[in-house]
Design a protein around this ligand. Structure first.
Ligand SMILES: Cc1ncc(COP(=O)(O)OP(=O)(O)O)c(N)n1
Ligand SMILES: Cc1nc(C(=O)O)sc1CCOP(=O)(O)O
Ligand SMILES: [Mg+2]
Length: 210
C-alpha cells in the first residue's frame, strides 16, 4: 500500500460539471494529490462507472489511490479503495469484500470512539471534521485541533482532516497531526486546470520537510 500522507483531493459533481471532472482531477494529480476520492451522489450508475474507470486510469498513471465514496460495490468492481460514513454500511463487511490491501476510510466526525471502532473493524485511515466553515457541507458537525492532537496520541492509523481546509489553514492541521488534508472547494473551485494544479502543488508542499 502507498504511504497515506499528503493531499487528498475529493471530486464534486457541481464544481466539476461541464467536462471539468477529468482535466481538473488530472491537474490535482499532477500537482501531487496522493488520494483522489470520487464523490458523486447521483443515481446514474452507468455514468458513475464510466467516470470512476476514467479516474482509475488517471490515478494509475500518477501513482495515486482512487477512493470511491459510499459505494462498496463500485469499489469492488474496480478493485479500488472506499470511503464510508457512519450511515454508509458496515466497514467490516467492506473489508471482507475488498480484501486486506484495499484502502478503506471511515468518517469519524469529532469522536475518538468512532475512530477506535473503525480501527478495530479494519479501517486504513480515519477522517475527522469539519474543522473550518465548509462551502460544500456547512452542516457537518464541528471538530477542533485539540481533537487531532489527541487522536494522534491515541491512534496508530493515518488521520485525515476535512472540512473547509484551505491553503491558509492546512498547516495548522498538519502540525496538529493530520497525515492527509481532504479538500474540495479550496482545490476545485477554480477557473482553470492550471490553477487547480498550482493549488494542489501548494497543498502538497506543505507536507514536505523544510
Ligand atoms: C475523507 C472523507 N472524510 C469524510 C467524508 C464524509 O463522509 P460522509 O460522512 O459519509 O459524507 P458524504 O461525503 O458521503 O456526504 C468523506 N466523504 N471523505
Ligand atoms: C464531504 C465532507 N465531509 C465532511 C465531514 O466533516 O465529515 S466536511 C466535507 C466537505 C469538504 O469539502 P470542503 O473542502 O469544500 O469544505
Ligand atoms: Mg458517505
Amino acid at each position: 500500500m502507498k504511504t497515506l500522507r499528503g493531499l487528498y483531493a475529493i471530486t464534486d459533481s457541481h464544481l466539476l460539471a461541464d467536462g471539468r471532472l477529468l482535466p481538473y482531477a488530472e491537474a490535482a494529480l499532477r500537482g501531487g494529490a496522493r488520494l483522489l476520492q470520487y464523490r458523486d451522489k447521483s443515481p446514474e450508475e452507468q455514468r458513475r462507472l464510466r467516470e470512476a474507470q476514467a479516474l482509475q486510469a488517471l490515478c494509475e498513471r500518477y501513482g495515486a489511490e482512487l477512493i470511491i465514496n459510499d459505494d462498496a460495490e463500485l469499489a469492488a468492481r474496480l478493485g479500488v479503495g472506499l470511503h464510508l460514513g457512519q450511515d454508509d454500511g458496515s466497514l467490516s463487511a467492506a473489508r471482507a469484500l475488498l480484501g486486506r490491501q484495499a484502502v478503506i476510510g471511515a468518517t469519524c466526525h469529532a469522536r475518538l470512539e468512532l475512530a477506535e471502532q473503525a480501527a478495530s473493524e479494519g479501517a486504513s485511515y480515519v477522517a475527522f471534521g469539519r474543522f473550518f466553515d465548509s462551502r460544500t457541507k456547512p452542516g457537518a458537525p464541528g471538530a477542533d485541533l485539540a481533537l487531532l492532537e489527541q487522536a494522534r496520541r491515541r491512534l496508530h492509523l493515518p488521520i485525515v482532516a476535512i472540512g473547509g481546509v484551505t491553503l491558509d489553514n492546512a498547516t495548522s492541521l498538519i502540525a496538529a497531526g493530520a497525515s492527509l488534508v481532504a479538500v474540495i472547494h479550496a482545490l476545485f473551485a477554480a477557473d482553470s486546470a492550471a490553477e487547480v494544479e498550482r493549488r494542489a502543488r501548494a497543498f502538497s508542499q506543505l507536507f514536505e520537510p523544510i
